[in-house]
Design a protein around this ligand. Structure first.
Ligand SMILES: C[S@@+](CC[C@H](N)C(=O)[O-])C[C@H]1O[C@@H](n2cnc3c(N)ncnc32)[C@H](O)[C@@H]1O
Ligand SMILES: [Zn+2]
Length: 412
């Protein structure tokens, strides 16, 4: 549909319908199309938490992927009811898209603390001919009041989801799915240490793979929070894109399985900033020595964090198969992400950045694909990663990798 040519007609059509209650100041209205829906809200200059009703066009990619994940999940669950809580609904775009674009979606609940957002979400719901439930409460209260109602809880707040995970853990159905966005990447990636300790009870450090560490800190915090309720997680898909991180995990319930999951999946990653050696350990405390076994430098440590898998091969394959059934503007970008995610889903934790290694060795960087092939030729795992298009996930040790990089460098 050609939005621009229709924009004026739409706007006058929308204007005539807008109740003076929701547009008391007679503000200019923005109308956008995304997926199969059209959404209106008061115009604002800059995307920020201060806009009267929040909408961020950059998150279309996030919403498109969510439609895909939830459709695959709905098919796996294959049950009559499939209820979704859009906990921070803003303009309503997410929940309205879920109702329109996910076959089998049943009751969708839109909640937002901002009364104006709920008014616009109601308006947008009517305009898109869907029938949804509304609530204007603090997210924690909404979840505490509605335990066991939702197969899906979508947590897409401003900044950290940390304040809402306990209530989500309490409220989510057994075998339900939690979708979690975090935009406080500087805390998760170790730009500053204290915010990560305060919000995620975990140590972080800055490194070339800090986005992977960040999503692992977020996942570890989710797993430890759910464990209070004897619930454990299976991550189906996750990604770090632009300014945010997003996790999708299935929630299961059983005390022994929760204990086993924590024992297997919670641990630490330690890193030597001098020679780039790193090591992953399992357990709530780290048995790793403080000094680097290769060069003797003091190691940095991140954790507790999730050292288990960040996705599931079969689930990602089902997402790829499902994509043709949907009408998603960001399809190309999604396919690129899903294909690289398939490569890395079974690969080791952390990755190496060839430029960082070359700088460390004071030589020019060789081509990444040559390094990937040379590692494979030696019989090791060697794949790319969506976290950094110049990154390599491999099980070769740092000295073996440095040897390869030296041999392939044009400075040799
Ligand atoms: C990032 S926006 C949500 C965007 C929306 N999910 C989307 O995809 O367009 C966060 C929303 O959370 C709402 N909010 C902030 N604090 C809240 C709270 N404690 N409980 C419920 N809603 C809250 C804000 O009014 C805002 O609309
Ligand atoms: Zn070292």
């Amino acid at each position: 549909m050609d939005l621009n040519s229709n924009q004026e007609n739409h706007n006058s059509h929308i204007d005539s319908k807008i109740d003076s209650n929701i547009n008391q100041n007679n503000e200019e209205i923005e109308l956008i199309e995304e997926g199969l829906v059209k959404i209106a809200f008061p115009k604002f200059d800059k995307v920020s938490s201060k806009s009267p009703v929040f909408y961020n066009p950059k998150m279309e990619f996030n919403r498109d992927i969510s439609v895909l994940v939830l459709q695959v999940f709905q098919k796996h669950l294959n049950q009559e009811s499939f209820n979704i809580a859009d906990l921070f609904s803003g303009s309503g775009i997410r929940g309205i898209r879920y109702k329109k674009e996910i076959n089998g979606a049943k009751d969708i609940f839109l909640n937002d603390i901002n009364p104006l957002a709920i008014e616009w979400a109601k308006f947008n719901t009517l305009e898109n001919n869907v029938d949804l439930e509304f609530s204007q409460k603090d997210a924690n209260i909404f979840l505490r009041e509605n335990r066991g109602l939702f197969d899906v809880i979508d947590i897409d707040p401003f900044g950290t989801p940390s304040f809402f995970l306990d209530s989500a853990a309490y409220a989510i159905k057994k075998n339900g799915i939690l979708c979690v966005t975090a935009t406080d990447t500087s805390a998760l990636c170790g730009t500053y240490k204290e915010p990560s300790i305060r919000k995620y009870n975990a140590l972080s450090y800055k490194s070339e793979y800090c986005h992977e560490n960040g999503i692992r800190i977020l996942a570890g915090f989710c797993a430890l929070t759910l464990a209070k309720y004897k619930k454990y997680i299976e991550i189906k898909f996750s990604h770090s894109s632009e300014h945010y991180m997003r996790l999708y995990f299935l929630v299961k319930k059983a005390s022994k399985a929760t204990d086993d999951s924590l024992k297997k999946n919670i641990g630490h990653i330690s890193h030597c900033p001098q020679c780039l050696y790193r090591v992953t350990s399992v357990g709530l405390t780290s048995p790793v020595e403080e000094l680097c076994p290769i060069c003797g430098e003091k190691m940095k440590m991140a954790g507790p964090l999730w050292i288990g898998k960040l996705g599931e091969r079969e689930f990602i394959e089902d997402m790829i198969s499902e994509i043709d059934n949907k009408s998603l503007n960001t399809e190309k970008q999604i396919l690129k992400l899903l294909n690289i995610s398939l490569d890395e889903v079974d690969a080791p934790t952390t990755f190496y950045d060839i430029h960082k290694i070359s700088k460390n060795l004071k030589i020019s960087a060789p081509k990444q694909d040559k390094v990937i092939e040379a590692i494979k030729d030696k019989g090791y795992i060697s794949v790319g990663t969506h976290f950094n298009l110049l990154g390599i996930k491999t099980d070769i040790d740092i000295n073996g990798l440095k040897e390869i990089v030296k041999n392939l460098s044009i400075d040799k």
